[in-house]
Design a protein around this ligand. Structure first.
Ligand code: PLP
Length: 404
């Protein structure tokens, strides 16, 4: 008789957002007059830029004419987009990445969850704690972990790397030797960044132990300083040990449009097997390409006007981040992140646990954050706030928290 993939039964995942939803619903039912502001969402709120809209209209018109109609897109993405990406995101930063090494997709979530398929089933994975849950859950589904230990808040067989105030929310090398190392900087949920020197040390470490770094740079557009790397390929040797994920979601407001890409250098191999070839094979077998009109919209992000407009969107969110960070710091809270990332990692006052503090904010300030415990046990005494709200709501929410 047929059996389900029982690895799925190990998953804990959806508890966090369903529990937040339940608590907000219950509060609203009792206080229908309350104007609840959500600073917990990880979705953008600003509309697409005019250049992107213009490109979409043009591409839609092309699809309506026999001469310019396009059917299936090339598996790995249209050349016009891959060439633009290679030039603007990599060559301009001194990274020798060719268009051929770029795999266009419909977003970073699919890529960073699917990438584990091209590695051996018994690969040991290392993740940060707290962590973007997709890295862990995709490995749970693939059977690469043991069961969930609810006391520890962790899955068996996974190497967790605590990211705490003591290490500046940047992981130390783990005691055990991993095969795959997931790193995400600027980080969701902590908003931390890694210096180029420190990332260079991770690259050297991966090369030494023969591991591959899976580097999620979905938030690179939010980096404000010169000494923070936008790409892992800015570090020497990374082409031999790293895969990088990028997304247009938070960079250009494409969360509803869907576009991203993954970089796999041709020289990257696992015991002599080309990972580029395996991913190309996987892409060809399981994926039929991002839509033409969306790839044209992605191209427009790199035009002169597109770049300016997208920069303004990022600046809008980063001004929200500044309002949150400085407002809460002035009220005596310990806050982290929010300088090179749209996430603010707020320490709960007097060691309260995250859920208790969540309830205080909800009931006393009518503000919704995301309890840090949902990203791992090291997040227990934190709350994640995001800068993706409207300016008015952000200002109002911080004023309310300050008056608590
Ligand atoms: N990676 C990280 C760290 C994220 O926070 C997110 C979205 O929240 C993604 C990837 C997903 O990006 P996309 O919308 O391109 O699938």
């Amino acid at each position: 008789m047929v059996r389900a993939n029982e690895n799925y039964l190990k998953l804990q995942g959806s508890y966090l957002f369903s529990e937040i939803g339940r608590r907000v619903r219950e509060y609203r039912a009792l206080h229908p007059e309350a104007e609840v502001i959500r600073l917990g969402i990880g979705d953008v709120t600003q509309p697409l830029s005019q250049e992107v809209i213009r490109a979409l209209h043009l591409a839609v018109d092309e699809m309506g004419s026999t001469d310019t109609f396009r059917g299936y897109a090339p598996d790995l993405g249209y050349d016009f987009l891959r060439e633009t990406i290679a030039l603007n995101d990599f060559k301009s930063r001194g990274c020798d990445i060719s268009p051929d090494e770029i795999f266009v997709s419909d977003g970073a979530k699919c890529d960073c969850s699917n990438i584990q398929e091209i590695f051996a089933a018994d690969s040991r994975i290392a993740v940060c704690d707290p962590v973007y849950p997709v890295y862990v859950d995709s490995n749970v589904m693939a059977g690469r972990t043991g069961v969930y230990d609810s006391g520890a808040g962790r899955y068996g067989g996974v190497i967790y790397m605590p990211c705490t105030q003591d290490n500046g929310f940047v992981p130390d090398f783990p005691q055990e030797i991993p095969d795959l190392i997931y790193l995400c900087f600027p980080n969701n949920p902590t908003g931390a960044v890694m210096s180029k020197d420190r990332l260079g040390e991770w690259v050297a470490y991966a090369l030494k132990i023969g591991a591959v770094i899976l580097y999620d740079a979905a938030y690179e557009a939010y980096i404000a300083g010169d000494d923070i790397p936008h790409s892992i390929y800015e570090c020497e040797g990374a082409k031999s040990c790293a895969i990088e994920f990028r997304s247009f979601s938070k960079t250009a407001g494409f969360t509803g449009l869907r576009l991203g890409y993954t970089v796999i250098p041709k020289e990257l191999s696992a015991r002599g097997v080309s990972l580029w070839q395996l991913w190309a094979r996987r892409h060809g077998t399981k994926y039929n390409g991002a839509p033409y009109i969306v790839q044209r919209a992605g191209e427009a992000v790199y035009s002169e006007k597109g770049r300016e407009q997208v920069k303004e969107q990022v600046a809008y969110y980063m001004e929200n981040a500044r309002i949150i960070r400085e407002g809460l710091a002035a009220a005596g809270y310990s806050v982290f992140g929010g300088e090179h990332a749209p996430y603010i990692w707020l320490k709960t006052p007097q060691g309260t646990d995250g859920w208790t503090f969540f309830d205080t904010l909800l009931t006393k300030a009518n503000v919704v954050g995301t309890p840090g415990a949902g990203f791992g046990p090291a997040g227990e005494q934190y709350l994640r706030l995001t800068a993706f709200g409207s300016r008015d709501n952000t200002i109002k929410a911080i004023e309310r928290i300050r008056q608590l």
